[in-house]
Design a protein around this ligand. Sequence first.
Ligand code: AMP
Length: 251
Amino acid sequence: MHSSTDGEHISGAEAICGVHELESLTGQLFRRALEHEKGAAESIRISVDLVPAESIEYAQLPPLRTHLVGDYHEGREVAQKLLETAGVCAAACRRAMSILAQGAAPDGRSMRGAMLVDSETGERLERDQARGVRVSRMDLTAPAREKLQEALLIHGLDNPHVREALVLAGKVLCAPGMVAELCWSDDPMYTAGYVAAPGVGYVRFPHLKPVGEKRGGRAFFFRKENFDLQLVTEYLEKTVVLFDRIGRIDG
Ligand code: AMP
């Protein structure tokens, strides 16, 4: 589901379900688009595709932990260090953060999807800088969802923001040539964000932007050598990934 008002992204959601669950699921997605805290969306798109069972890839979610920070300045500083540990060059991190902070789309608003960034130079690699690349076709199996909810609940983190961002990041981490991911929300009241990387897992920061800030976004850092835009885009947008195992969840 993708919803917007005046061309501005309001909310998006993904799900993989059985045919018999379609009706109740689409009802939930409509409600989400209409009851968003940014206001009821004026335009809602729901698209449904048949997924052959044999095309599904199964994977494990990355481990999750929270790094407490006092404010978004500290959050961005620690996120920068973590991205560097994951193999992103300092200049590329700074450039991506500054682009996200200014609104990564050409009109200074948030992009609808993510930017793809060269982890050495910070050069943007996506074809369309307004749309970016939208990660799609990923979800949890019902038993994995139940386990994840239980584990997150212990730490007071069982909410759709965390669950969906973790699943999205889990798929991104499986992409070929992936180095790391940086995200903060475009929801004005949701200041948290994360860094995710293979070997690092998914690290949440309660603050990566100031309260009230509408500009958010995602940067996916890739190694430029052997980078194949077509292959990466196809993987992120089309390959169906179901998480049937969760990772360790820490507070
Ligand atoms: P959200 O976490 O939903 O607040 O989204 C934060 C930002 O991430 C958005 O402004 C988009 O730029 C980007 N984004 C949202 N959904 C996706 C997606 N499915 N794939 C790639 N980027 C996304």
